[in-house]
Design a protein around this ligand. Structure first.
Ligand SMILES: C[S@@+](CC[C@H](N)C(=O)[O-])C[C@H]1O[C@@H](n2cnc3c(N)ncnc32)[C@H](O)[C@@H]1O
Length: 340
């Protein structure tokens, strides 16, 4: 399991706009979590809201297309997946459908026993943090000893952008040996996450973005789709390594109640459909054509990578740092960034 996938259109050289069947499903197997992070966009609670194994298997069945086969992989999250009483069965079921299971976790419940189970079974584990000093070395050692591919998911917000700059400068390289990558996730104001901690295009964020081209991190770095417009516009990152937002185009989100959404962060239910009432095939092939057609890049700024960008996030104006209707205004922001 390398995680490498190949994508082509009607010819090998064509980069398709969307996939005939999703490559990845992001599945919340519960909204149960005992950690209570104040920024949790899912507002997860200690409420035992677990998806049943039967429902999970039903989802796997739905995610199988007669012609295209299965999704390649699932990202199992929640809630806290390590608190799900049937996590092991869920992982085994995933494998029995020839789908690669991956796990996103706060890592609090990692033990020698669960790590031994995960070894040879999962594609990768993502450990979520918002302060690198809270990274538990004991957890990392457990995972490293078993050679489990481990990614750090670093939630990037206004109150830790200073530390994120230090990370790019290499100040925390001693924590990152044996880590596959550190992925910066854009903070979204949903659930318990307040607007006040959203990133703003201030000097700190500009410094962070400018550092990306000359970062000194001891492992690979990556960004979520929400950060892509900034990467495309302000960095020299090779566009071959950048995918614009894939939600509803190449990936899908399913929650513990079997609601399907283009994105786990969706703020409205316009494109929410329940698998108990409509098949996944109809959702992907019929219902989501409307969503895909609605995503049009209307950004008016001059940008070297306009053709590679999907433009603004349809759900959060707060995180559209790069987008503007007004060309002059954007050139002003751009000039400010250049001179910062
Ligand atoms: C909701 S958590 C659920 C899985 C698991 N409990 C964990 O902590 O990773 C899934 C991912 O969402 C991220 N996340 C939580 N709140 C967020 C927010 N307000 N904006 C963006 N990402 C957020 C977390 O950092 C984590 O990587």
């Amino acid at each position: 399991m390398t995680g490498i996938t190949f994508r082509w259109g009607t010819t090998l050289n064509e980069n398709p706009v969307f996939a005939p069947w999703p490559e990845l499903a992001d599945i919340s197997i519960s909204n149960h979590c005992t950690k209570g992070c104040e920024f949790c966009y899912r507002d997860s609670k200690n409420d035992n809201s677990f998806m049943s194994l039967e429902d999970y298997i039903y989802i796997l069945e739905e995610l199988n297309h007669p012609e295209w086969g299965n999704v390649f992989q699932v990202a199992i999250g929640g809630g806290e997946p390590l608190e799900h009483p049937q996590l092991k069965e869920i992982i085994e079921a995933t494998i029995s459908y020839n789908v690669v299971p991956n796990l996103t976790t706060n890592g609090h419940h990692l033990t020698e026993e669960i790590v031994a189970f995960l070894e040879q079974r999962i594609g990768a584990i993502a450990l979520s943090i918002n302060d690198i000093k809270q990274l538990k070395m004991h957890n990392l050692d457990l995972l490293r000893r078993r050679n489990i591919r481990t990614n750090i998911h670093y939630l990037l917000k206004n109150d830790n952008i200073g530390q994120a700059i230090e990370i790019l400068n290499g100040a925390f390289n001693h924590c990152l040996s044996g880590i596959n990558s550190i992925i910066f996730l854009t903070y979204k104001p949903l659930g318990r996450a307040s607007n006040s901690n959203c990133l703003v295009l201030n000097d700190a964020l500009k410094t962070f973005v400018k550092l990306i081209d000359k970062q000194n991190v001891a492992t690979r770095i990556g960004f979520d789709a929400c950060f892509v417009p900034l990467l495309l516009h302000f960095t020299n990152t090779n566009v071959d390594f950048i995918d614009s937002c894939e939600c509803g185009f190449f990936s899908i989100y399913i929650d513990e109640n079997l609601n399907v959404k283009p994105c786990s962060f969706a703020t409205d239910d316009k494109y929410t459909f329940n698998l108990r009432t409509i098949s996944f095939k109809d959702i992907w092939e019929i219902k989501y054509s409307g969503y895909r057609n609605s995503i049009i890049n209307q950004c008016r700024r001059r940008c070297k990578n306009k053709d590679h960008c999907r433009g603004r996030c349809p759900y959060y104006d707060e995180i559209n740092y790069c987008y503007s209707n007004v060309q002059e205004e954007i050139l002003y922001v751009e000039d400010k960034l250049a001179s910062a």
